[in-house]
Ligand binder design. Structure first.
Ligand code: PLP
Length: 379
């Protein structure tokens, strides 16, 4: 089935009791049983909810996986994956990833005796070198937030399999429309559904998708035991968002390409970070594993003082100054003081995230208006 058809129909069947074409919002905490232990597969809504079930099926289908699990946020989904581990286990993670993932690893889980080793995953040999007998999980993000670095998923999956470690890929930036990590050998795909899957900046949610039934059982056990489940209304919103993922992503890609080239040709703009440029460090890998390059990018100004960056950040009229990304409306963000402030400055600079870096989530408005807005703000 082609992507457009899949996204429209994923997970949703007409409601069996009424024929409603849209999955109803089953706003209930419990289900009446016919006799003790005799039920329709639904007992208590932390464990099962029909709206969530429809969405979890949709997550599985759009990521070409067998099983999907929905969580109350992207970080709750990440939290569930790390809870597969025990004290003494080691995780090799990317040194350039979402600040909240880094915070969860270093500030919450490190104190439970799980060891995190951060490497530059854009060269998979760095992962190979960090493998030990205790390596249980490899965590990558590609493209990365905010520097748009690309890691070769297939190459890392070979290393993970040889080490008998799980590979989890944060696929938030690409979305399933542009990249499907399970097809490249990953064991788990994670999304912040808050971003492109929801797509309308109106919901916080996360998900995991996997193929292995035993792994699904373990993660489902964590989901219901720890309880970070989304409510049915939020599940409904993401189900609706997925139906237009292909339409939105096509326009995000078109606008992204136009804005990236505009920035690159602007005399006052320095380096532009976008994985669709042919001279991007890992362009060949991006081309191999992605169907397009999306609408996320970052750039620095030639006058790279913080004040100049702040001037631009406060001057756009269409690009709204806000955290988050992947919605229909364009956003502009200052990673050093906003999304990535939880990473110590020293670490940020070491990994190439300068104080003056500006990140854009290019939305689906008219590209000419977006370019004019940036042009005026840059001055
Ligand atoms: C936003 C984001 C997350 C966290 O997701 P929440 O839904 O905000 O909890 C994780 N990874 C990436 C790449 C993100 O952009």
């Amino acid at each position: 089935m082609k992507l457009a058809t899949k996204y429209i129909h994923a997970g949703t069947e007409p409601d069996p009791s009424t024929g409603a074409i849209m999955t109803p919002i089953y706003q209930t905490s419990t289900y009446v049983q016919e006799a003790p232990g005799v039920n329709k597969g639904y007992e208590y809504a932390r464990s099962q909810n029909p709206t969530r079930k429809a969405l979890e099926d949709a997550y599985a289908q759009i990521e070409n996986g067998q099983f999907g699990l929905a969580f109350g946020s992207g970080v709750a989904a990440t939290d569930a994956v790390i809870k597969l581990l025990s004290p003494g286990d080691e995780v090799i993670a990317a040194n350039d990833m979402y600040g909240g993932t880094y915070r969860l690893f270093t500030k919450i889980f490190a104190k439970y005796g799980i060891k995190f080793i951060y490497v530059d995953t854009t060269d998979p040999t760095n992962i190979q070198k960090a493998i030990t007998a205790n390596t249980k999980l490899i965590w990558i993000e590609t493209p990365t937030n905010p520097l748009m670095n690309i890691t070769d998923i297939a190459a890392v999956s070979v290393i993970a399999k040889a080490a008998k470690a799980l590979l989890c890929v944060d696929n938030t930036f690409a979305s399933p429309y542009l990249q499907n990590p399970l097809d490249d050998g990953a064991d788990i795909v994670m999304h912040s559904a808050t971003k492109y899957l929801g797509g309308h900046s109106d919901v916080i949610q996360g998900c995991l998708v996997m193929n292995d039934p035993a792994l699904r059982e373990q993660l489902y056990f964590i989901q219901k035991s720890c309880g970070a489940v989304p409510g049915p209304m939020d599940c409904f919103l993401v189900l609706r968002g997925i139906k237009t993922l292909h339409l939105r992503m096509q326009r995000h890609c078109e606008n992204g390409e136009k804005v990236a080239h505009f920035l690159r040709n602007h005399p006052k703009v320095g380096k532009v970070y976008w994985c669709g440029f042919e001279d991007h460090h890992n362009y060949a890998v991006a081309k191999k594993q992605m169907r397009g390059f999306g609408g996320m990018m970052s750039f620095v100004l030639k006058d790279d003082s913080i004040d100049n960056a702040k001037r631009v950040l406060s001057s756009t009229k269409i690009f709204a100054l806000a955290e988050s990304l992947g919605g229909v409306e364009s956003l502009i963000n200052h990673p050093a003081s906003m999304t990535h402030a939880s990473i110590p400055r020293e670490e940020r600079i070491k990994n190439g995230l300068s104080d003056s870096l500006i990140r854009l989530s290019v939305g689906v408005e008219d590209a000419d208006d977006l370019i004019e807005d940036l042009n005026k703000a840059i001055g």
